[in-house]
Design a protein around this ligand. Sequence first.
Ligand code: AMP
Ligand code: GLY
Length: 426
Amino acid sequence: MKVLLLGSGGREHAIAWKISQSQKLTKLYIAPGNAGTALCGENVNLEADDFDSLAAFIRSNSIDMLVVGPEDPLVKGVIEYFQSKPEFSSLLLIGPGKAGADLEGSKEYAKEFMNRHNIPTAGYLSVTSENLSEGYQFLDSVQSPYVLKADGLAAGKGVLILDSLEEAKAELKAMLDGKFGAASKKVVIEEFLSGIEMSAFVITDGITYKILPEAKDYKRIGEGDTGLNTGGMGCVSPVPFADKEFLAKVEQEVIKPTVDGLLKDNIPYTGFIFFGLMNLNGQPKVIEYNVRMGDPETEVIMPRLKTDLLEVFEAAAKKELDKVSVEIDEQACVTVMLVSGGYPGGYPKGIEIKGLDKTEGSIIFHAGTKPDGDKVLTNGGRVISVSSLGNTFNEALKVSYQNAEIIDFEGKYFRSDIGFDLQKYL
Ligand code: AMP
Ligand code: GLY
């Protein structure tokens, strides 16, 4: 099977790494990829949202399967683009169409979906400039802190959590006035959920689903979960506080009603669903849906997946997911993200990364990197994800931290407290 994978981050390197081990693979292309994906297949210089160029490439290289890594092309309709062209009728597509992708692309749409299907989530009100006064009343009626979410995609920056009522009202107005562009012309105000966060993942063919390992990421730049939000500074799987009972509730109250809801609403869906969850004293509530894998969650999930990923993808694309079984490694996996100095603010690019060939015992996933002859250069904020499997959580952590020291580039920063908050649950 010839596969084209779209994307260029650590998530895509982890997916490419897993696909490259498949018995079914004849050739893997990654567009545009990074220096790490170039070790798993061939990078092609195409942008994930340039659909016409992707189509020309798929045609001339007889690609059998298109796997979409990030949400952007999904929300822009890449799946419909190929489905609408008869010449691509046998192309296997991994990623939801627009109606599915809007579960991530619009917070209001996701909330309405959850309410329609009785999926536990925070109370909310959707506000535009038309009903701003209702928005103020809603803020008056809930307790601090106040949660304001831009309805549309805002590059992970569209959620504000504010302590002061005055500030929340001012920010609500600023958002509606275009603080996050068109994405915040509509704002979802949510009740604040106080609990511990974690994420669950499935792959689905829109009828049935297979549960992938759960994970917990570390979003803030600073130790002790302080400072600005990032794409993710580290991740662990399994999640020590997510016991069998809690995970069973997640499946019964969240996962199953979501997949059943897609079917009831006539939303065809092939691909991953990422459930952002809050655990409120053992009760799961959905914070958000993502219609793709997480990054760095994928970097701890792929190493724990024993089953051939292309076999699972093929079954999902053919709506035969019930025919495969997905086997998960019981070992723990953790990842520590090495980032550029300055991230998530401004940072330099093009700095040489050294020591990549000196690590031992970890799987090194590239995020923002690019090849330059024999060298590998930094090319983004998040640069390298150091993943390790271990018989215990702490064994895996120790190996990742040893290798995080060995890989080096000017300005390198990583959080040295990944997993520390979870020690009490071990
Ligand atoms: P989202 O983009 O919806 O995942 O929101 C970003 C982050 O804001 C989440 O990962 C949570 O940490 C936090 N968050 C979002 N919604 C809520 C909520 N209703 N209550 C508490 N925290 C929230
Ligand atoms: N790590 C969070 C995300 O991928 O959205």
